[in-house]
Each structure stands twice: as C-alpha cells, then as structure tokens.
Design a protein around this ligand. Structure first.
Ligand code: UTP
Length: 478
C-alpha cells in the first residue's frame, strides 16, 4: 500500500493534482482503496492535454467557408425536389428486420440533470395517461415489431457506471417488460473527470471520490466495441443498429423505411444515416445537418451564425433547417471500422460548463455551487457523420416522432411532450374516422395514449375498435 500510495502521489504531483489525496488519512481502508483505484484509471498525460485544449481555453469553432445545407430524403416521398420509392425502401427495411439483421440501441448513460429525476431517465413516467416509463415504451415497440415481422430484435442499452446498477434493477423488477432476457445487452459507457473551470483541477465529489461524468453519447461508439456488444451483434448476424436516445417517447425505435433507405439507397454507404425534422423556427435550439465539400456534419445551434440560421430558400423555408433529432441508423461494419484500433479512437470532445458539487479541500465542507464551476467533456455521436463516406439524411414529421423530455419545465418538458403525444395520437384517431377535440390552436384538447402494442403507426388502428367521438379533456388509453 505504501509503495502504491507513494507512486500515485508522485504522479499526481507531476500533474498538479495532489490535492485529491487531501483527506486520504481520514478515510477507512476500503475508501482509500476505492480512491486509489479511481486515480489509477485516469490517464493523466491525456487528461493534461484535454485540460489545456478544452478547459483552460475555449476552443474556437471554425466553420467551413463552403457550408451548405445537406440534402435529405423528404418526408413526402412524392416531393418533386427528391422523389423516391418509399414502398420499396420500406420493404427492404422489413426484410432486414424479418431476417434478424437489426438491433435496437438506446443511449441511456446521461445524467439527466435538467429533468432532475431521481433515477435513470429511462425509468421516468413519460406517457400521457398511465405514466408508462420510457424503457417500457421502447420495450413495447420492440415486442410489437417482433410480433409483426417474426425476427428477433436484440436491444442494446448503454448505461453509465453511475446508473448501471439502477437500470439493471429496474429491468429485473419489471421482468424485462416481456422481452427475452438474453436478447437485452446492457453495458456502461466510459467516464471522464469533471474539471474545475479556470484552474484545471480535479474535483472531489466525496472525500474518497473524484467527480466524474459520462463521456457523452459519442462515447457509445467506443463503448459498443470495448463492451463486446459489437462482437455479440456479429455473432447474431446483426448488420444495422437503430440508435435512439432515452428521452423521446415518440421515437420510432425500429423504423423499416428509414432502415431500408440507410441500407439500400444509392447514395448511402450504410455507415451512418440520420433522421431530421424541419426546425420549428430559426432560433430553435437544435443542431442542423450541413455539408462542406464532400463532408456531411451537424453544426450545433450555438455555432451557427444567426444570419445563416435565418436564411430562407426559394420556397420560403429555413435554408439551414434540417434539425438533428439524434436518431441514427449505424452499420455494424462502420463501428468496426472506426474502432479497429479502439485505444486510439475517440470522437472530439465538446465542453459544457456545469454546476458540480464538490468538497472544498481547505475546509473539508461540501460546496453546492450556484453558478457553473466546472467543465464536463462529452463526445457527441453526430461527430461520427463526417467520418462516413456516404451518410444520408431522412426527414420525418415532428409530431409523429419527436416529443423529447429534457427539462422539468418549459420547452422540451413533460408537459410539452404530453401535448405532442396527444397531438400525434389524436391525429392517428382522426385519420381513422374518430372525432377528436381541438383547442383552436391546432392542438388536441384531450389526453390520448396509444400503446405500441395496439398500434405502431396510424394504419394499425384499422383493426382496433375505436370510440366515435372523444370529448374535450377526456382521457383515452388504447
Ligand atoms: P442529453 O444531451 O440530453 O444529456 O442526452 P443528459 O445527460 O441526459 O441530460 P442533462 O444534460 O444532464 O440534463 C441525450 C441522450 O444521450 C444520452 C442520454 O441518456 C440521452 O439519451 N447520453 C448523454 C448518454 O448516453 N451518455 C452521456 O454521457 C450523455
């Protein structure tokens, strides 16, 4: 122990981080071990570079001079701007699902700090009437899709070391939502220390624990490889991964048309494809798909100059209006290509300034900062797009597929998500001849929930016994 401690102390001193041992002598033996283990897992050479590059200065984003909007497959497949045979591509996607070549993949390692839910975000009660947790919504979609097409859709779930145990317990308590246990593969993503802004110092979350954060959804590419998930997929004959975030109850977990386009469209390399929705307005806080030369990329809203964000095209639509909703189809081969040398692979980091509670090493007291005091470094999965040869983009309808729950209140909150869920479900009912009340602003004035086990899309309601009329404020569960 003494030799180990001395060697660790020397490393910490060499990197200006010896303060993390400030309370070492107060700790019990197992806490001492835990702290030393944690320190030994940190690559201090690499960390010094990250601190210099991202924490002590703000990296400047240089936008390419030849930035253009990226082309997309429009939602309306008969749009003269780019017509395509939706039926054919949907059929191709259905074949892939039937043949067991598609896996579902949920990234659920985030901390969900904005929502402030005590537990993994996937356990959040998200639906309008029964408050079904997000994980159950996705599980029901997988069950329903398997029933329809007959193939098995294994489900990969990325957790983080912080929420892994709670996520596993939730699935076990819910009997895996009726899915076969061996077809669910959970794995934790990597973590990085959160760094104090201005000083570049590590922070102590507890006297025996350094504050760490998950390394972003972009950490999923590496984590798929190091966890053995990709190997597992190869063993099962999986070719394509249907990637989605944990916080969107309307996401189409496995979409045959999107997968068909990804796998078969002439301009797709089947490496990574993305869904987009038209931005609601120029200031909406979503990244947009752009192209520069041969590269396709997402430019974050904060990096897009306002004059570009406001530009309109000949049809009067926002020119840079293809909003990223973080739904992708990813080729297994693409992940293998990127991670062939996994210890040298990493997507670039983005810095986020956050409030990270810590123990003050001078006083030993816990500090709850009122203002952001630390930088968290996160990789974003869309940074894999410029690394692909032929990434394609497919437009979907916002009301059909995008009702994210990010914040406790305001935009992208449970309240806005519930309204969009009722709007979508009310729209499905209206298309099937039901009279649905409206609030005069184009929104549905009732709480309507439709289980994926009842319908995966509006057409599935044809076989369902439906009410003729829904009253204002009525709660409906189908
Ligand atoms: P967000 O960017 O909304 O972050 O994640 P978050 O951590 O969930 O929430 P805040 O910012 O703390 O409020 C988008 C998606 O990416 C996943 C999340 O679980 C969510 O599905 N994610 C995010 C990860 O899997 N790992 C991460 O390190 C970050």
């Amino acid at each position: 122990m003494i030799d180990r401690l001395e060697s660790i102390r020397r490393t910490l001193e060499a990197h200006g981080q010896a303060h993390v041992l400030a309370f070492f002598d107060e700790l019990d033996r197992s806490q001492q071990e835990e702290l030393l283990d944690q320190i030994e897992q940190i690559d201090f050479e690499a960390l010094d570079e990250l601190i210099a590059e991202y924490v002590l200065r703000k990296p400047r984003i240089e936008l390419p001079g030849d930035l253009e909007p990226a082309p997309d497959y429009p939602f309306d497949s008969s749009d003269p701007a780019r017509p395509y045979d939706a039926k054919k591509f949907r059929g191709k996607g259905e074949e892939l699902i039937r043949g067991g070549k598609v896996a579902a993949f949920t990234v659920a390692g985030g901390q969900g700090t904005r929502l402030g839910w005590d537990g993994p975000k996937g356990t959040y009660p998200a639906t309008v009437v029964t408050g079904k947790p997000l994980f159950r919504v996705f599980a029901e979609q997988i069950v329903a899709t398997q029933r329809r097409y007959g193939g098995t859709i294994p489900w990969y779930i990325m957790t983080s070391p912080i929420n892994d145990a709670a996520t596993r317990a939730f699935f076990a308590d819910n009997n895996y939502f009726g899915l076969v246990r061996r077809n669910i593969f959970m794995f934790p993503q990597g973590v990085l220390p959160s760094i104090e802004s201005g000083t570049g110092k590590l922070l102590l979350e507890h006297k025996h624990q350094i504050a760490m954060n998950p390394d972003g959804h972009g950490g999923s590419i590496k984590a798929l490889s190091v966890s053995g998930a990709i190997e597992d997929m190869v063993g099962r004959g999986i070719k394509h991964i249907s990637y989605f975030q944990v916080d969107n109850p309307l996401v189409r977990a496995v979409d045959p048309l999107f997968l068909g386009l990804h796998a078969e469209a002439r301009d797709s390399s089947a490496e990574i494809s993305s869904k987009m929705v038209a931005k609601a307005h120029a200031e909406e806080k979503v990244g947009v798909f752009c192209r520069a030369g041969k590269k396709t990329m997402v430019i974050e809203y904060s990096d897009l100059p306002p004059e570009l964000a406001r530009q309109t095209d000949e049809r009067g639509r926002l020119r840079f209006g293809a909003g990223n909703i973080a739904v992708h189809a990813i080729g297994v081969k693409f992940v293998q290509k990127l991670t062939a040398n996994v210890h040298h692979f990493g997507l670039p980091y983005h810095r986020a300034e956050k409030k990270v509670p810590y123990i003050d090493v001078r006083t030993g007291k816990r500090v709850e900062p009122q203002e952001p005091n630390a930088v968290k470094l996160e990789a974003f999965v869309f940074d894999a797009i410029p690394l692909a040869d032929g990434p394609i983009i497919y437009e979907t309808s916002r009301v059909e597929e995008f009702a994210p729950i990010k914040n406790a209140k305001g935009a992208d909150s449970p309240a806005t998500s519930h309204q969009i869920q009722s709007d979508r479900n009310g729209g499905w009912l209206a298309r099937n001849g039901v009279t649905v009340p409206s609030d005069g602003d184009g929104h549905v004035a009732a709480m309507i929930e439709i289980s994926p086990l009842t319908a995966l899309e509006a057409e599935d309601l044809v076989k369902v016994e439906l009410p003729k009329v829904i009253a204002p404020k009525q709660e409906v569960v189908l």
